[in-house]
Structure formats: structure tokens, C-alpha cells
Write a protein that binds this ligand. Sequence first.
Ligand SMILES: NC(=O)c1ccc[n+]([C@@H]2O[C@H](COP(=O)([O-])OP(=O)(O)OC[C@H]3O[C@@H](n4cnc5c(N)ncnc54)[C@H](OP(=O)(O)O)[C@@H]3O)[C@@H](O)[C@H]2O)c1
Length: 276
Amino acid sequence: MNVPHLTLNDGHEIPQFGFGVFKVSNDDIVASVRTALEAGYRHIDTAAVYGNEAGVGQAIRESGIPREDLFVTTKLWNDSQTPGKARAAIEESLTRLGLDHVDLYLIHWPQPMFGEYVGAWESLIAFRDEGLTTSIGVSNFNADHLDAVIAATDVVPAVNQIELHPTFAQPDLVAYDESLGIRTEAWGPLGQGRGELDEPGIVAVAAEVGRTPAQVTLRWHIQRGIIVFPKSVTPHRIEENFAIFDFELTDAQMAAMDALDAGRRGGADPLAFTAR
Ligand SMILES: NC(=O)c1ccc[n+]([C@@H]2O[C@H](COP(=O)([O-])OP(=O)(O)OC[C@H]3O[C@@H](n4cnc5c(N)ncnc54)[C@H](OP(=O)(O)O)[C@@H]3O)[C@@H](O)[C@H]2O)c1
């Protein structure tokens, strides 16, 4: 099954669908990524703070898949936004991954209360120019944070990775990203196991199309133009989540999913998140 590719504002391409590895333990990481790669996933989303970059790298190496066929994202953790620490952080991530560059490097959270994220963005621009990462972007940024980095550098992030799922669809921020030429990536796309997939509105659409709630939720993200990378350590779910490119939701089914937005954030509010 063919995963669509989207073009980023720097001209590079990104597979619109991939594999997330937040909370995948070191006991599970190699097997999970191997299962995903065997199922056809070619885009992996990790982060320094997930503690599993080394396992991601091992699974990639063992797969034998050519590097140029893979898209690997990792992220700068919050304690490393100052210039010297940011450089050490990306170098350490690359060492753990066993790669000479990543495809996408993100500022994980803006943490505006510390006032360091614009400086971190300047570091990411340098890393891109040096080839340590092909593309650069941000995560958990709201419109003010996007405006601040663009005003300071004239460099527009390629992506903004934000919490998105049917009950928290963030239409205004998605539209703002789009107005700036920024691709939106969804984190927590299935609601992070909090019961989102039991929402009657999702279950109803799933019954209509004869697919699972997870599949129609992922299909809703794809048809919104969002980049999505569900996480699972369960082999049959890893395969199920990939099997979404042979059906489409109708406009009415998309509208029914859109109507589930309740502005219900499941994770941290970027304005209040101080963990470092
Ligand atoms: N930038 C950020 O701040 C940020 C924050 C959070 C996440 N992320 C990224 O986004 C990725 C995805 O988000 P997420 O991992 O938080 O949550 P998610 O993908 O929405 O949900 C993962 C949960 O859903 C379950 N699941 C997966 N497929 C399923 C299926 N087909 N049917 C039923 N349940 C299913 C998983 O269970 P099992 O694993 O037990 O199968 C797990 O409990 C992360 O892995 C990470 O790469 C980024």
C-alpha cells in the first residue's frame, strides 16, 4: 500500500504516515520498529527524551532498508535549548541513532516561561545548514511561538507537531500552520489509549465503512492533510494502523468526525508545561 508523501516548505518530502515510539520501552523498541518496518512503515518519530533512540537505530540497521528510503525524526529536549547544550544534544541523538543526519529535527516544547526557544530555533537553523538534519521544525508551538521564531529568523518551520485527535482537533492552529506554509503533524492521534476510540461517533463511522475505530481515526487525519504516526507495541495493531490506504471516508463521514471536536486536551498545555 502506498503512503502519500507531502512536500515541505523547504522542498523536501515527508511520508504522511509513520510510526511513533513515545513510551516504547527498551525491551520492546527493537521488535516494535522491526515489525513496523516489515509492515511497510518508512517514517519513525522518536525523541531524545523517549530514551529509545539507540533501539530505533538498531532496528533500522538490522532491517537493511537503505537510509534514503527512511525518514527519521528526533527532538531537542527542553533542558538543552541553549546553544552549547543544543549542539551536544543533536550530536548525542545522532550517535545513539547511529546516523550521520536525521530527516527532521524538532524543538520538543516552546517552554515560553524560560525564554530560550528562539535561540534554540537559531541553533536548529545552523544544524540544518551543516547537514546534521535535512529539515527543521517545532512541536507544541502555538501561533505566538510560531510568529516569534519567524520574526527573529525569517525561517519558517517545516512542521509543527501538536496534540490532535477527534475530540481535540485544533482547527484554528491547523489553519494557522497552513497559512504560513507549515505542515501539521499529529501527536496522540488515537487519543493515547484514553478511550477516544470508544467515542460513539467514531464507532459509528467505523461500522459504516467496515473498519476499526483506529483505522477511521487515522484516515480522518490523513484526509485532513495531517502527518500522522500512531504508536503501538502490539504487532496486529501495527499492521492494522498501516492498512488505511485502500479506503476513503466520504465528506459526510469526515464531517461527522469533525463534529466530535470538544476542545478536550489530553496532554500538557504548552503554556503550562515546565518539565525539563
Ligand atoms: N511532540 C510531543 O510532545 C509528543 C507527545 C506525545 C506523542 N508524540 C509522538 O506521537 C506519537 C503518537 O502519539 P502517542 O504514542 O502519544 O499516542 P497514540 O498513537 O494516540 O496512542 C497510542 C496508544 O493507542 C494504542 N493503540 C495503537 N493502535 C491501536 C489500535 N489499532 N487499536 C486500539 N488501540 C491502539 C496503543 O496501545 P499498544 O501500544 O498497547 O498497542 C497506545 O496505548 C508518539 O509515539 C510520539 O512519537 C509527540
